[in-house]
Design a binder for this molecule. Sequence first.
Ligand code: SF4
Length: 75
Amino acid sequence: MVSKVRIDRDGCIGCGACVALIPDLFELNANDGKAQIVEKYRSENDPSSGLVPDNMLDDVKSAAEGCPVSAIKVE
Ligand code: SF4
């Protein structure tokens, strides 16, 4: 199973917390410094949207809880 994760890139302040927690999934965009999903996990080539396997879900939930502006949503 996979879950959907979405980053509100407008709301992201580029603190890097999610990247520090799961560098395999999140990265900071080189141009605007905001978080995005790494290419491997992107859904439909959208850097703000990804599909993650169950074994990453706990970490993704922690990242969502740890985001200071609640910009990460897990569905
Ligand atoms: Fe952006 Fe939130 Fe990630 Fe910080 S933790 S880089 S604010 S998405």
